[in-house]
Design a protein around this ligand. Sequence first.
Ligand code: NIG
Ligand code: FE
Length: 405
Amino acid sequence: MSTGAAEGLVITGIGELTTADDAEMVEGPAALVCAGDGTVAWVGRQGDLPRQAGTARVDVGGRAVIPGFVDSHTHLVFAGHRASEWNARMAGRPYRAGGIRTTVDATRAASDAELLHNAQGLADEALRSGTTTLEIKSGYGLDVAHEERILAVAAAISDERTFLGAHVVPAELAGHPDEYVELVCGPMLDRCAPHARWIDVFCDRGAFDEDQSRAVLAAGRAAGLGLRVHANQLEEGPGVRLGVELGAASVDHCTHLSDADIEALAGSGTSRGSPHGATVATLLPAAEFSTRSSYPDARRLLDAGVTVALASDCNPGSSFTTSMPLVIALAVREMHMTLDEALWAATAGGAAALRRPDLGRLVPGCRADLVVLEAPTALWLGYRPGVDLVRTVVRGGHLVAGGWP
Ligand code: NIG
Ligand code: FE
């Protein structure tokens, strides 16, 4: 059987098909047709399958099919690890932004080849767990040359790259945050903007304040970059409202939210119907899990009509996982999202956070990125936590990980 999809691919025998569109679910037996150009050409009940649809056919034997995960927030390019910092946290020490500098030292000392090897290894791991799109941030270089080379390394892995020079103030400029912000907004941005689509700033305790964050985002926007904000991870603060005010595509973490934050997000536009344009609240529950923190109030956000995405935040400090199935299980168990809400947030929600309407949904015209689960229903993503349920991963109509049943 050829599954190369050069001339299209028909997947039949789908027990439950989650499209992550308005019409959420197609009951089985369902079918999906990938066009030769790597997009979805048709989805529906198998009995309605158009006659000469595609040439290669594969029957998935009643398994569930979902969109590939869109992980819209990662920090994949770094060297070293911080297992002992994690161990100390599990013994009661709090998470602090300053740990980032440990990874900056290791990253500056690593060669380009090492950085690429590490990041590619994590990207492959993510793919095997069903992630078909990854956003990658810089932020462990914190000087012009290292920030630029991190983004150049990331370019080998993903088109969705974010300049996060404003992660923390580096050790050599400790006590001089305004000087560092000038560097970020000037020479660093000049060199990094050509390698990135987005700019991000860590607006939080121990990182950057409102004025500094505003300056970074304004400079990024003037350089043609879209805006994202690390906001309200460590305490309530101005980050979420600043992101909404400036039209950021996403404010991420949202662990500590005031009423005004929720109102601002809800007023930025909604929601599952047409989320592109709203400021998305991207929640990162693996970070709360790994820092033993309280979880964001996802229910309040959802009930207020805010567009919510879920992402891994994969990084060596606060969340060293690439597993979107883990993120979904945590969102359901710890943040009271339904499985359906969590799966939407990890697919179409991530696509909204990246303003990529061509991703995250299995509807005609979208890229044919999908996962066949070793499960009759996507509910098993929460029901069987910690078990590898990803059987087959298809990106752009091509088999890219696992195998056909
Ligand atoms: O998103 N909070 C800021 N940045 C990362 C953590 C980085 C680190 O601790 O190395 C995050 O959680
Ligand atoms: Fe992050």
